[in-house]
Design a protein around this ligand. Structure first.
Ligand code: FAD
Length: 476
């Protein structure tokens, strides 16, 4: 590594000591030689995540610890030698958060993958940070319980979810990751280990360090263990699909649904271009009547869950009526469970469909849900002004819009993003709802966010990480 500046706190210049043979040897002593990858043994997957606009960057070394003590030792060493450390979970992030920005150590949590406890009495799971969502879902289901946060990609880890405060489709009913994190074990960049929270939901004992670390994108501490809240598993589900002539009618359905007393599990919207892209990518064709397919501009995918089939069918009738009253052209429930699952699969593949069709950026803006039509109208104007293609899908229930922008010209893309972010903020929204700032949104975040808040965040960062070794170049 060339000695260089790492992205500094208030542009403080930090001289980084290159990783020499002695340092690699010390890392091997800590975690075992087979868990230190350098040179030819480095795998290309460690150079990237899933962000569309972040260039891959190979770390100098990948280190795969298995215990909190090993992580503490690695961080103490890195802090002493001023070596950047980038935590990595499943690498499914959408903002370049786990891509190294200034060489150093990529700290992969993949071997910290034990489910330590499923506590049926307290409805709690205690897991290591490298446990994947698919492993967690399986384990809690066996106890008749459920971890109801599903941010789209089951190979993501719990640690990554906590670090990004991941959201996903079920946020309308259950909230986001932070609402299910009761406590943490984490290693500070200085090597000290802290335990926060516990198997309880109520606490008023000083600053809430658990919630400060949630969403900190690996810049404040390395999360090693997580205490998660669980809920009883619901036994029945039903999926509805509704087609609307315009987005306004489509979106105004959501508050009516919520007011009706039926709390949907999922309410996703998609525009026509978005839907067609997903159909092309997956080969799944939504069985809408042909004339409706021609005319409809916006669609809602709604999933309901309940104790039994009778209850969900009853609620589906209520939802169907509300959709029709607010102007739906057609509402249907696929006749088989498989066809219902396929609809969800179609929506889950929206990111890959967008990437496949040439998207160069995925926007993750959030606005108050009532402002979605105004926001999408503005996006149409921006798209026309810059002669570019922008498709929209999103979590309609919580105002989180994912726009896929198909614009290869980086200058033009930057202007488009700035206009969209400014408009979203003016509507009372924020730049990122669930993917985080990472590297991808850093520049515009620093430009557009309130500078008093940014300065406060920098001071918090400095209190945790005085030498700016942990995930430098992210957020700031
Ligand atoms: C197809 C697809 C669909 C997606 N849908 C959604 C969605 O609906 N909602 C949503 O919120 N996200 C979504 N995502 C994004 C992604 O899955 C989440 O950001 C996820 O939380 C990342 O987890 P990860 O383990 O892959 O983390 P990584 O990508 O490895 O890392 C993400 C960030 O967390 C930090 N980090 C990771 N582990 C730790 C740790 N143990 N301690 C400290 N910091 C750590 C990293 O440094 C980085 O900053 C989607 C991604 C894909 C590919």
């Amino acid at each position: 590594m060339t000695p260089s500046t790492i992205y500094g706190l208030k542009r403080v210049i930090v001289v980084v000591v290159p990783l020499d043979v002695e340092m690699i040897e010390r890392l091997k002593q800590i975690v075992g030689a087979e868990n230190v990858l350098v040179g030819e043994s480095l795998d290309e997957k460690y150079a990237r995540d899933e962000a569309l606009a972040v260039k891959p960057c190979m770390p100098e070394v990948v280190v795969k610890p298995q215990t909190t003590e090993e992580i503490a030792e690695i961080l103490r060493l890195a802090n002493e030698k001023r070596i950047p450390v980038t935590p990595r979970g499943g690498g499914t992030g959408l903002s370049g958060g786990c891509v190294t920005s200034s060489g150093g150590i990529l700290l992969s949590l993949e071997r910290m993958n034990r489910i330590l406890e499923i506590d049926e009495e307290n409805h709690v799971a205690v897991v290591e940070a490298g446990v994947t969502l698919s492993e967690l879902f399986k384990a809690v289901e066996a106890h008749g319980l459920c971890y109801p946060i599903y941010p789209g990609e089951a190979s993501a880890t719990v640690g990554g979810n906590v670090a990004t405060n991941a959201g996903g489709m079920m946020a309308i009913k259950y909230g986001v990751t932070r609402h299910f994190v009761l406590g943490l074990e984490a290693v500070l960049p200085t090597g000290e280990v802290i335990k926060t929270g516990g198997k309880y939901g109520k606490v008023s004992s000083g600053y809430d360090l658990t919630q400060l670390i949630v969403g900190s994108e690996g810049t404040l501490a390395v999360i090693t263990k997580v205490i998660l809240k669980l809920v009883p598993k619901q036994k029945a589900k039903i999926t509805l699909f509704a087609a609307f002539r315009n987005l306004k009618n489509c979106v105004k359905t959501v508050p009516l649904l919520l007011k009706s007393g039926v709390t949907p599990l999922i309410v996703e919207f998609m525009d026509k271009l978005g839907l067609f892209g997903m159909e092309n990518y997956t080969g799944i064709r939504v069985p809408i009547n042909e004339p409706v397919r021609e005319e409809a501009e916006a669609f809602l995918l709604i999933v309901l869950e309940g104790e039994n089939q009778e209850q969900v069918y009853k609620n589906a009738e209520v939802v169907g009526d509300i959709c029709m009253e607010s102007g739906a052209m057609e509402v249907f429930v696929p006749s088989t469970e498989r066809a219902q699952r396929e609809l969800l699969e179609l929506r889950e593949k929206s990111f890959y469909a967008a990437r496949d069709s040439g998207a160069t950026f995925l926007v993750d803006v959030v606005v108050p849900r009532s402002e979605i039509p105004k926001f999408m109208e503005y996006v149409k104007e921006v798209s026309a002004k810059y002669s570019t293609v922008i498709t929209g899908t999103g979590h309609a229930g919580d105002g989180n819009i994912h726009l896929a922008i198909l614009e290869p010209d980086r200058n033009k893309l930057s202007s488009i993003l700035k206009e969209i972010y400014l408009f979203g903020k003016a509507l009372g929204g924020a730049i990122s709802a669930e993917h985080g700032i990472g590297m991808e949104k850093r520049e515009l975040f620093l430009e557009l966010e309130d500078h008093v808040k940014i300065e406060l965040m920098r001071r918090i960062k400095k209190a945790f990480d005085p030498n700016n070794i942990l995930n430098p170049g992210k957020i700031f």
